[in-house]
Write a protein that binds this ligand. Structure first.
Ligand code: ADP
Length: 474
């Protein structure tokens, strides 16, 4: 764009200069016609001395008129060329050129008239004074030439070296002078080379644009990273909160059993001791069982304490808000969120969804389920070689449900673990809490859906989340 603008500017400048040169030269040649016409009109008085001839004062008025010749009444031109030119002038009734020799830098113009005819000798290079010339003759790159029937005279040489080269951009101007008697062609030429383009400006502009683009890309990257971090933090907080809820439910479930047993055993011991004689042995056994069960309950409480002691501050209770949302969109978002985790493990998740799968669900809960399923799949695949790893998310509609299947190529689920997968505190992972899947199932069921696990025939596990399709769309 900058180069184009610079070329256009130079071309416009060239054309303006060439037109000015053409106009100035045209004015001069028209003036030559007028001078001759005037001389023809103002015939000298018969017998007036030649020295009194007023036309001899012309060269001092017009320096480019080198001399004025006259043919006296009844006399003939000494030069036969002048004679034949006068003949042509008489025929055409206008001044005629005398066999011009442009290379000499001058030409003669004659007008037939009676009794006395006149001829002017004109300096081609002096026609326009340099003070009026629109260009600097020594510095300008423009060559200006006058041409006539194959002859040429150079008025301004321009940048001859540049004009001799090829390539770049060539500007040309051709136009005849505005006098029929002196039909010289004005030819102006200029060549603009590649090296004359404004490289400095173009380089500065390119650098500026490149810098802006780089900064923009950097800013975009930072923004994506920040958003991802915020989203993970939010998910983490919700997860912790929900996990605590799940934990409490799990605790209630787990404590219920030993506490019931403690109650039953202590009541039995009470009864046995109240008998007469008291059944001491049986009462002792009942108390021993109560102690065992109390220990189990204490263990459960200990586990709770260890979990609650983890850092992090849940920021209040969450309220489930059921909305119509696109499960495919949510899957892509979850994958995007875990991109760094996937990259670290050299796993490239594939999301396959032919169309939007609109379901009625709580977006936060859906995010959390997906996050858990994906993290579980990634962690499971840590156990297999990189080349074997693959993660496929398939979305489809099935009856009145939207379905998401998360299939990995990890070691799969051991047959004995399969029935316990969704139980709270079931975990085969070192440091695993065993609450993730149980929580996911609770969340799925809370939205009227379900979560199921299976092994794939070709190896690896597949978890299928089903959620009710959006009403009105199903
Ligand atoms: P945690 O991850 O804390 O162990 P979860 O409830 O998320 O708890 O998972 C329970 C168990 O289910 C895991 O310990 C693991 O044995 C099994 N599991 C979950 N996802 C997968 C999977 N993709 N492949 C194989 N086993 C899995």
């Amino acid at each position: 764009m900058i180069a184009r603008q610079s070329i256009d500017e130079q071309r416009a400048l060239f054309e303006t200069d060439a037109r000015i040169v053409h106009r100035l030269l045209s004015q001069q040649v028209v003036q030559h016609d007028a001078i001759l016409d005037t001389l023809a009109l103002l015939q000298p008085a018969p017998g007036a001395p030649v020295s009194a001839a007023p036309e001899q004062r012309l060269p001092s008025l017009y320096p480019h008129i080198l001399s004025v010749q006259r043919r006296e009444h009844g006399a003939a031109w000494a030069d036969p060329d002048l004679a034949s030119a006068e003949q042509r002038s008489a025929q055409d009734r206008r001044p005629a050129l005398v066999r011009p020799d442009l290379a000499s830098g001058r030409y003669r113009l004659v007008l037939a008239a009676l009794p006395t005819a006149y001829a002017l000798t004109i300096d081609l290079r002096g026609m326009v004074p340099w003070s009026e010339w629109p260009m600097k003759p020594e510095a300008s790159p423009v060559r200006v030439v006058l041409e006539h029937e194959g002859q040429r005279v150079e008025l301004q040489s321009g940048d001859a070296a540049a004009l001799a080269r090829s390539g770049g951009w060539r500007f040309e101007f051709h136009k005849h002078l505005a006098a029929v008697s002196q039909p010289f062609g004005v030819v102006a030429e200029q060549r603009l080379g590649w090296s004359q383009l404004p490289w400095g400006l173009m380089l500065a502009w390119t650098t500026l644009v490149a810098t802006a683009l780089t900064l923009g890309a950097q800013w975009q990257r930072q923004r994506t990273a920040r958003r991802r971090a915020e989203e993970l933090l939010r998910l983490g907080q919700v997860a912790r909160l929900n996990t605590l809820g799940e934990l409490a439910a799990g605790m209630a479930h787990e404590l219920n059993q030993p506490l019931t047993a403690v109650l039953a055993n202590t009541q039995a011991a009470q009864r046995l001791l109240a008998e007469d004689p008291p059944e001491l042995d049986t009462a002792r056994q009942a108390m021993a069982q109560a102690v065992d069960q109390s220990r189990r309950a204490a263990e459960v409480v200990g586990r709770l304490r260890r979990t609650v002691e983890r850092p992090g501050t849940p920021d209040g209770a969450t309220t489930a808000a059921v909305l119509s949302l696109d499960l495919a969109e949510a899957a892509r978002r979850a994958v995007h969120l875990l991109e760094p985790e996937c990259l670290r493990r050299s796993v490239a998740p594939q999301v396959q969804a032919d169309a939007a799968v609109m379901v009625d669900a709580d977006p936060v809960a859906v995010d959390q389920i997906m996050h858990n399923l994906l993290m579980n799949a990634l962690q499971a695949m840590d156990a297999v070689p990189v080349a074997q790893r693959a993660l496929q998310l398939t979305l489809r509609r099935d009856g009145d449900a939207g379905e998401l299947a998360v299939a990995d190529r990890g070691p799969g689920i051991a047959p004995e673990a399969l029935p316990h997968l969704f139980e709270p505190f079931f975990s085969t992972r070192d440091g695993g809490l065993g609450l993730g899947l149980s929580l996911c199932e609770t969340l799925a069921q809370g939205m009227g859906g379900s979560l199921a696990a299976a092994n794939q025939p070709g190896g690896g596990a597949v978890f299928t989340l089903r959620l009710p399709l959006s009403r009105g769309i199903a």
